[in-house]
Write a protein that binds this ligand. Structure first.
Ligand code: G7M
Length: 311
């Protein structure tokens, strides 16, 4: 510790303890817990006016870099011995930061929709035909039913996260911003997770894509792959590049994840590979206006209820 080869540890931004919702969360209740991922979703109230907050806590993977291991196996780590028998021993180890850090995501003030999104619920398979999309989904996607995409506009307008941008093509037709997804801790390359947000505002999801958008899609694929290889050394054949359908946020965006990582939402019931999307549109321009899209939704979700065909 403190030797010359050690990089200075990143300074934690000072937060106003009085104002920050994390410190004032009252009556936290667990909405969902995924024990094997050491992940918990909580809901609580904040402040005099009891505004809702959702807090997501996730224990970080071990820091197995030489520096991480050096600090783990140092006198700074407190040990409590639980068992000693011949050559076998077990301990409860209490290391110092960064090993004890918990990735924390706060949504505040949270809407009822956020609370529903993170609440454990039964899920079911929904088949949405092209007509269902036009007659049920599209009218449903009115502003008040969707999650706000203000955070996307903040990124595109450089009002938030501008220091995290990995690559930008500013072209209004085929341009996009590539940056780390909120879910990625930026440290563990195996769980690399970035997203490309398109500059144009008129595309909600896969359903809006046709052959006019091929230059946009090909540009994102090519330049996104190049930027990730250059910045993180991850080659294109190690990337899973896909859309979600249904997405949570209806401003077109594409996920880039390391194939070594089983990213949430990367399975067949939600992920659509960018290469497949490009090829399908090349075969048939209105493929995504016609195709029956199968996805998994939560039982009590309003859209799921509206699209459900069997009681
Ligand atoms: O399901 P959908 O395709 O809509 O995925 C949206 C993605 O956006 C998820 O992977 C989220 O983790 C990510 N995301 C959501 N928010 C609110 C933010 C944000 O504020 N910043 C960043 N960088 N990613 C976000």
């Amino acid at each position: 510790m403190g030797e010359e080869e050690d990089e200075p540890s990143p300074k934690l931004a000072k937060i106003d303890v009085e104002l920050h919702p994390f410190h004032r969360l009252k009556n936290p209740v667990v909405l969902n817990e995924v024990k094997e991922k050491k992940l918990v979703f909580l809901h609580g109230k904040v402040g005099e006016d009891n505004k809702d907050a959702v807090v997501i806590l996730e224990k970080r993977p071990f820091d197995t870099s030489p520096k991480g291991l050096k600090s783990l196996f140092s006198e700074e780590t407190k040990l409590r011995q639980d068992l000693l028998n011949d050559i076998y021993s077990t301990y409860a180890a209490v290391p110092t930061s960064p090993h004890t850090e918990i990735k924390t995501t706060v949504i505040y003030p949270a809407t009822t929709k956020h609370i529903e999104k993170y609440t454990k619920q039964e899920v079911e398979v929904i088949e949405e035909t092209g007509d269902d999309y036009k007659q049920i989904t599209l009218p449903y996607l009115k502003e008040e039913n969707r999650f706000s995409v203000q955070w996307v506009f903040n990124i595109l307008d450089k009002k938030s996260e501008s220091e995290r941008i990995v690559f930008e093509d500013p072209d209004p037709e085929i341009g996009f911003i590539l940056l780390p997804d909120m879910k990625w801790d930026l440290k563990d390359i195996e769980s690399l997770y970035l997203m490309a947000l398109v500059h144009r505002h008129d595309l909600k999801s896969l359903r809006d894509l046709n052959k006019d958008h091929l230059p946009l899609l090909k540009n994102i694929k090519q330049r996104g792959e190049d930027a990730i290889q250059e910045k993180y050394g991850v080659k294109k054949h190690k990337l899973r590049i896909y859309f979600h359908y249904q997405p949570s946020y209806y401003h077109l965006h594409i996920h880039f994840t390391n194939i070594a990582f089983d990213a949430p939402g990367s399975s067949v019931t939600r992920a659509h590979l960018l290469t497949d999307v490009i090829e399908n549109i090349e075969f048939m321009s209105d493929y995504y206006q016609k195709k029956t899209m199968t996805f998994v939704g939560k039982r009590d979700d309003k859209l799921v209820t509206a699209l459900r065909k069997t009681p």
